[in-house]
Design a protein around this ligand. Structure first.
Ligand SMILES: Cc1cc2nc3c(=O)[nH]c(=O)nc-3n(C[C@H](O)[C@H](O)[C@H](O)COP(=O)(O)O)c2cc1C
Length: 201
């Protein structure tokens, strides 16, 4: 069993959250750990619709083992009405067996989001993603103000997690501050996970 990767689990329709996930992965790798990027399928109003088992582009879908065996988790979603997107919530609602087994207890986790508007619910979405992770017994790590640009950013950036102001067409590039926050958060979760693994040896 490979137990030394950080799972970056995200949903993204237009690619903004995915761009954040890639920067978080850089941060994880800068700390010397493997980053495993995984996504979840869309859900359909047509109850019989079934997604292909492998997506046409981008990250592959997250398996039970990807989640169970991670050493830390970075969870990301676009903001949908101030909340996480339904496909990610749907996936999380299928994690009862990991909850019953306590697979995620005492593992570090952090969250990230992308919005259309600056005050459209970044913090509330980040908090909404923390709730199921707390039920799983994960140790939530935010982004501390030792990141100086948290005080000055004109785009995304919160102490609750990394955020991105994608704009109304979801096509803003990540700002320098947002890139810095994503990398710092990835690095933080990976470093904590590494220290916890070392302490167990
Ligand atoms: C159904 C729906 C609800 C949305 N709700 C919000 C919202 O509450 N606040 C906001 O700022 N943006 C909202 N948006 C915009 C998305 O959060 C934004 O476009 C985001 O960057 C998309 O990320 P993605 O490119 O990873 O799909 C909403 C978009 C959709 C489709």
């Amino acid at each position: 069993m490979n137990n030394t990767y950080i799972l970056i689990l995200y949903y993204s329709t237009h690619g903004a959250t995915e761009k954040m996930a890639q920067q978080l992965a850089r941060g994880v790798e800068l700390s010397g750990m493997e980053a495993r990027l995984r996504t979840v399928p869309k859900i359909s109003a047509e109850i019989e619709a079934v997604a292909p088992s492998v997506p046409d582009t981008g990250a592959v879908y997250c398996s039970n083992d990807d989640l169970k065996d991670c050493s830390g988790l970075l969870l990301g979603s676009p903001t949908r009405f101030g909340n996480m997107a339904a496909p990610l919530k749907y996936f999380l609602d299928s994690t009862s067996s990991q909850w019953l087994n306590g697979d995620l207890i005492d593992k570090p986790a952090a969250v990230f989001t992308s919005t259309g508007s600056l005050h459209g619910g970044q913090e509330s979405t980040l908090l909404s993603m923390m709730l199921p992770l707390l039920h799983h017994g994960m140790i939530i790590t935010g982004l501390p103000y030792s990141e100086p640009s948290l005080m000055t950013t004109k785009t995304g950036g919160t102490p609750y997690g990394a955020s991105h102001l994608a704009g109304s067409k979801s096509n803003n590039a990540l700002s320098d501050d947002e890139i810095q926050h994503c990398q710092a958060l990835g690095k933080r979760v990976a470093t904590i996970a590494k220290n916890m693994l070392a302490a167990k040896k």
